[in-house]
Write a protein that binds this ligand. Structure first.
Ligand SMILES: [Zn+2]
Length: 467
């Protein structure tokens, strides 16, 4: 088969045209009748009490199960179980009938999860932490439903969806490691500037600051690491984006210290959201900082290691109402949250009345493991927030007592002193002595998809049953 050159090797006019063509196609695909119906439904159902929400979810689960067992090989094999779902007396009872879906099953036999009764219009490929990609098909109506939620989050921040926005993602837009006159591409269909997160350095700072200064973005969205670098670049240039109204982050874990820094640098609300490209439901942060569980997009369960319930701390298990082509029913996400609560204290200042989550902790594999069998989430946050002089920091755990730290260092701070402080702080949290290598870096290294992972652990949990 003939190999086409990588995207970034095409001449700029071709890349520019490609971005806009895809933009127009996406725009057509996203804003149809189903989208409008779901925008309306989100308004209508905004004040539903818990009982009404549960009943709606149970009906929806029944319909999803019926479609999945008629259209997919995997769920048709579970037919005897799936047929009992409609007769269940509660949402809990209905869910308990269905086995948990592991990522490895979806990855190993993607064809068996394609719903033959639903037309596929797009496919996404996710590179998992194991390196083997997972391919997931998508349908037009589910894409429209997902956009109803994304646009609803913009509404909360009073951002017009047609206003100029800048996206920072892991996409390679132009050749990395080469100086670029214009390290961005413009998507005319959506008034959106794709800024290359691989060129946010001093060589390109002036060009980027000038471009953003004339583009007047109202929204910055994408990876928090890229948005933070962009704002720092502008600060170094002595520039500020007065046009900005909001920042929306996703795909990487947004740590509280990063959120604070983004707010301090930009002066606008920062709203994170949780979802994933395979089409799992949404948890969206509003301008007031509350993580709202968007129950209309699916059912969230929590596995705390011993039981699976609707509240508490642990790993998210999702059933998606925004993914018909590849039904995800009780899908184990590998993502951790804490403080999922069905009955928070009344209505949020943003107007939403929903279950809430205290924190999105990150990926299961982002935990640091201790020699005595503990698993520590939010490790960089809990150990590094009081050390003055550290910028963005990445922790790599090579062994239970062997750590490597990559960090940017503010001017006027001695990396040797910082290394000692980091070591002391780690040992306090871990409870035992460690070896630590501290590397001062200009920029944190990026992993698959250009994402920055703040914690990488290469050890297994002591005494862990599940791999
Ligand atoms: Zn809110």
């Amino acid at each position: 088969m003939m190999r086409l050159p990588s995207f970034e090797r095409y001449p700029r006019p071709i890349r520019q045209a490609a971005v806009s063509i895809v933009g127009w196609r996406n725009r057509m695909r996203r804003f149809g009748h189903e989208y409008q119906q779901w925008r309306d439904f989100l308004q209508q159902s905004a004040e539903w009490p818990a009982l009404q929400r549960d009943a709606w979810q149970q009906t929806r689960l029944g319909a999803l199960a019926q479609s999945a067992r008629s259209g997919t090989r995997y769920y048709s094999e579970l037919l005897p179980v799936m047929e009992k779902i409609e007769g269940a007396s509660s949402l809990r009872e209905a869910l308990n009938l269905i086995p948990i879906l592991e990522k490895s099953s979806l990855r190993a036999r993607p064809q068996d999860f394609r719903n033959s009764m639903v037309t596929e219009v797009a496919m996404t490929s996710t590179s998992g932490s194991t390196g083997s990609p997972m391919q997931v098909g998508h349908d037009a109506l589910s894409i429209q439903r997902r956009f109803a939620f994304l646009i609803d989050q913009l509404r909360l921040a009073d951002v017009d969806p047609k206003a100029p926005s800048v996206r920072l993602s892991g996409r390679i837009l132009c050749e990395v490691g080469k100086q670029q006159r214009q390290p961005w591409l413009f998507n005319a269909a959506e008034n959106q500037l794709f800024l290359s997160s691989y060129h946010l350095d001093d060589v390109h700072a002036e060009a980027i600051a000038d471009k953003l200064g004339s583009f007047l973005p109202v929204l910055l969205d994408g990876y928090p690491s890229g948005i933070l670098e962009t704002l720092n670049l502008l600060r170094r240039q002595g520039r500020k984006l007065d046009s900005l109204k909001a920042i929306i982050t996703t795909a990487e874990t947004l740590h509280p210290e990063t959120r604070d820094e983004l707010i301090a640098l930009s002066g606008v609300p920062v709203m994170d959201y949780y979802s994933a490209s395979e089409g799992i439901p949404f948890i969206q942060q509003c301008p007031h900082g509350t993580y709202h569980v968007r129950w209309q997009s699916g059912i969230f369960e929590i596995d705390d290691g011993t039981t699976i319930g609707f509240e508490g701390d642990g790993e998210l298990i999702c059933t998606s109402f925004v993914q018909d082509r590849t039904p995800l029913i009780r899908y184990r996400t590998g993502d951790l949250v804490s403080g999922l609560s069905l009955q928070p204290h009344g209505r949020c200042k943003c107007g939403l009345l929903t279950p809430t989550v205290e924190k999105v902790q990150g990926r299961v594999e982002d935990l640091v493991y201790t020699v005595d069998g503990r698993a520590l989430g939010m490790f960089t946050y809990r150990t590094l927030k009081y050390i003055d002089g550290l910028g963005e920091t990445q922790v790599i755990q090579h062994d239970y007592s062997d750590f490597e730290v990559n960090s940017t260092v503010s001017d006027g701070h001695d990396p040797k002193v910082l290394a000692d402080e980091v070591k002391t702080s780690f040992e306090r949290a871990l409870g035992y002595p460690i070896n630590l290598r501290f590397n001062r870096v200009v920029q944190l290294p990026r992993g698959a998809n250009g994402k920055v992972r703040l914690v990488i652990s290469k050890v297994a949990r002591c005494g862990a049953v599940r791999s």
